[in-house]
Ligand binder design. Structure first.
Ligand code: ZN
Length: 281
């Protein structure tokens, strides 16, 4: 099933994507409550979806499927070609940083080029959405805690990322975590580690890889994070980006106002955001 949050003029609603249309979920429960107990929520939503009668997707605005996750963790240096272009050693341990929950952005909403430092880059990523929470989750149990997957762009301000050993500030500017266009639940995904993933800027392909090239796979990531902390429904895991970032090109190519950044993953859909200069008060 494809779970979205949409606005057709009456505020944010949970919807079910049916081809090129969205069927209203007919629920007042927020998305996080639905995915926290997905097996309980699912039959009613399936029945609603079966009745059809959707609104064309091009007549609604899709919002971030999880507007305010409890936490967003993201792994660095997790595709070999990205490690190589970064001039780093292949990490022996998972390299984690956080993105602020306030960075969440809709799948088609503008990404801001910060006035304080404009060196903005894209990172197309598979995003895992935690359903059932848990702590000290074994790798073999990890799949049961992931309700679905989305496309994400781990937008990064490179100067703020690298001017301190800890990357989180440069990863956390407002609007720098576009996600969506919807949550594809795991039953619709044969193998999350066999998905083509691409990023295009103004139609030019910059990243083109496959999630089978992840160094630490998604289940390893859930197991490792949950050794330290309780994972909760709606928590998001950005699982790493392949090679092709703008910062390591010669010359470097950062995003600028007007650029259109499209991230796509096979079977999960497309998010597409236009960059604009941050309005300074
Ligand atoms: Zn990233």
């Amino acid at each position: 099933m494809k779970l979205c949050v949409y606005d057709a003029g009456a505020g944010a609603r949970v919807g079910l994507v049916d081809g090129d249309a969205v069927v209203d979920g007919e629920t007042t429960e927020p998305m996080i409550a639905l995915i926290a107990e997905w097996e309980r929520a699912r039959p009613a939503l399936e029945a609603t979806l079966a009745r059809g009668g959707g609104t064309p997707l091009d007549r609604v605005r899709l919002l971030a499927p999880i507007a305010r996750p409890g936490k967003i963790f993201a792994i660095g240096l997790n595709y070999a070609d990205h490690v190589a272009e970064s001039g780093m050693e292949t990490p022996k341990e998972q390299v984690w940083f956080t993105k602020a929950a306030t960075a969440v952005n809709g799948p088609f909403d503008p990404v801001e080029i910060p006035a304080v430092s404009p060196f903005v880059d894209y990172e197309a990523e598979l995003v895992a959405v935690i359903g059932k929470g848990g702590r000290q989750i074994a790798r073999e149990d990890a799949a049961a805690h992931i309700v679905g997957y989305m496309v994400g762009n781990d937008v990064t301000e490179r100067v703020w990322q690298h001017r301190t050993p800890q990357w989180s500030l440069g990863k956390s500017f407002d609007t720098h975590a576009p996600i969506g266009p919807w949550i594809t639940t795991t039953d619709d995904i044969a193998d999350p580690h066999a998905l083509g993933i691409r990023c295009l800027v103004n139609g030019e392909t910059r990243q083109d890889s496959n999630t089978r090239h992840l160094i630490f796979d998604v289940f390893d990531q859930v197991a490792q994070l949950s050794q330290a902390m309780t994972l909760e429904p709606g928590d998001l895991i950005f699982t790493g980006t392949p090679g092709g970032i703008g910062a390591t090109m010669t010359p470097r190519r950062f995003l600028k106002a007007g650029d259109v950044v499209r991230c796509e993953i096979d079977g999960l859909g497309v998010i597409e955001t236009t960059c604009r200069a941050e309005a300074v008060p």
